[in-house]
Design a protein around this ligand. Structure first.
Ligand code: DI6
Ligand code: FE
Length: 407
């Protein structure tokens, strides 16, 4: 006897080799918070009332795996609307960063903010994501750039998991920018990150994975390699902000380190693609940053596809380059701006987002044994999720098999 069963619904399982893994008239059952059965309703045997304690007649619509936002900087102090205005007047993102604004302006605001203030502000930004059926999210540090503030950000990320119905993967991003105290000694700062900040955060159980920003305005491949070595000492998985504004070979470096993902990738070249395909590194596309910065160079989607590199899609939610708090809008951008199909966009926020976080055994598809996190949508076709802009058709978020929100 199952705990619950959903019928009279389409299933986009995101499993198997067909787009969406569609089952038109499906059924999905839950036992002890995990998916216990999934398939065509016609394959259920016996009267359905006898199969589960609770039977939900969905009355049409579609169930998909719960969404996963696999790249965010959602914990931060302040806002950067002033920079938005300056960019509209012609200043570039890199100009603003070099003039001491950009990431460093958020560092100042984040250092000043209390833990309670950071938690309250992040919670307000998370609400719209949760209402869209996000039940797992990655949250990076990287706006502290000193020991106390990096730990503070990561504690807030952990507190989010305790307070809100969402699983949080924390990512240490101490190598996000060179802070003012180390302005003339980037190598010294990297040593400090590797020798003091990362070990301190790991000791407190605050780090699930390690990231860095490989870019002319941030850290060189040689510096990133040192951060990856430090992560390896703690057996932590790595990922990288790579090839966002130029091609420094970051993706190949990440792939060689066995990275879970390389993210952004507008300037990714053939060598990087090949290396990622070989290592199984996920390409995380962040169209919100491309849109916000009015970039023109697109990530090489056709070549990634051809090489068989798994493609994920995330908000990159941050106060500078991607002030985005909708994964559905981000899926639309991935289609319109980058040429993904709606099925690829949904795989990018479910199955491949799970892979980018190393969570694919538990999340990302409707398959027996995985965590029973899924979403019911009032839609006629799964492609509707990527097609509308600013409309949220989510009716119910099911978390650990329990309906948690009826919108
Ligand atoms: N790339 C990004 O898109 C974010 N960080 C990064 O390395 C932007 C962070 C910011 O502008 O605050
Ligand atoms: Fe980012």
């Amino acid at each position: 006897m199952w705990d619950s069963l959903w019928v009279d619904v389409g299933l986009a399982t995101m499993a198997g080799s067909t787009p969406y893994g569609r089952i038109e008239d499906g059924a999905i059952a839950v036992k002890n918070g995990r998916i216990a059965w999934v398939g065509a309703r016609a394959d259920l045997t016996g009267p359905i009332e006898g199969l589960a304690s609770i039977v939900h007649q969905a009355d049409g619509g579609w169930i998909t795996p719960a969404l996963i936002d696999c790249h965010t900087h959602i914990v931060h102090g302040g806002q950067r609307a002033g920079e938005f205005e300056r960019r509209l007047m012609g200043a570039s993102y890199a100009d603003i960063a070099r003039a001491g604004g950009g990431i460093l302006s958020t560092v100042n605001a984040t250092r000043r903010a209390s833990e309670e203030e950071l938690l309250a502000a992040a919670t307000r930004r998370l609400r719209p994501l949760l209402a869209e059926g996000v039940t797992a999210i990655e949250i990076k540090s990287g706006y502290g750039l000193d020991l106390d503030t990096e730990l503070k950000m990561l504690r807030v990320a952990r507190a989010i998991e305790a307070r809100l119905p969402v699983a949080v993967t924390t990512t240490f991003l101490g190598a996000h920018a060179v802070p003012p105290e180390w302005m003339n000694d980037a190598d010294g700062y990297v040593d400090f990150v590797c020798d003091e900040v990362l070990p301190g955060a790991v000791e407190q159980g605050l780090v699930d994975q390690v990231d860095a920003f490989c870019e002319g305005i941030a850290f060189s491949p040689a510096q990133v390699a040192r951060v990856f070595e430090a992560a390896a000492l703690f057996k932590l998985p790595v990922k990288l902000h790579a090839e966002q504004l130029s091609d420094l070979g970051g993706a190949a470096l990440a792939a060689a380190a066995g990275a879970l993902s390389a993210d952004h990738l507008e300037y990714l070249g053939p060598d990087g693609i090949e290396a990622m395909a070989e290592s199984g590194t996920v390409a995380v596309l962040l169209p919100g940053a491309f849109f916000t910065l009015q970039e023109t160079r697109r990530p090489p989607v056709a070549r990634l596809r051809k090489a068989g590199v798994p493609i994920a899609v995330a908000t990159d939610s941050n106060p500078g380059s991607s002030p985005v708090t909708s994964l559905l809008v981000t899926m639309n951008m991935a289609c319109v701006l980058f040429g993904l199909t709606p099925a690829e966009a949904l795989a990018g926020t479910t199955l491949n987002a799970a892979r980018a976080l190393g969570l694919q055994n538990d999340r990302g598809s409707l398959e027996v044994g995985k965590v029973a996190d899924f979403v019911h949508w009032a839609i006629e076709e799964p492609a509707e999720l990527a097609y509308r802009i600013g409309f949220n058709p989510c009716t119910t978020v099911i978390r650990n098999g329990v309906p948690t929100l009826a919108g």
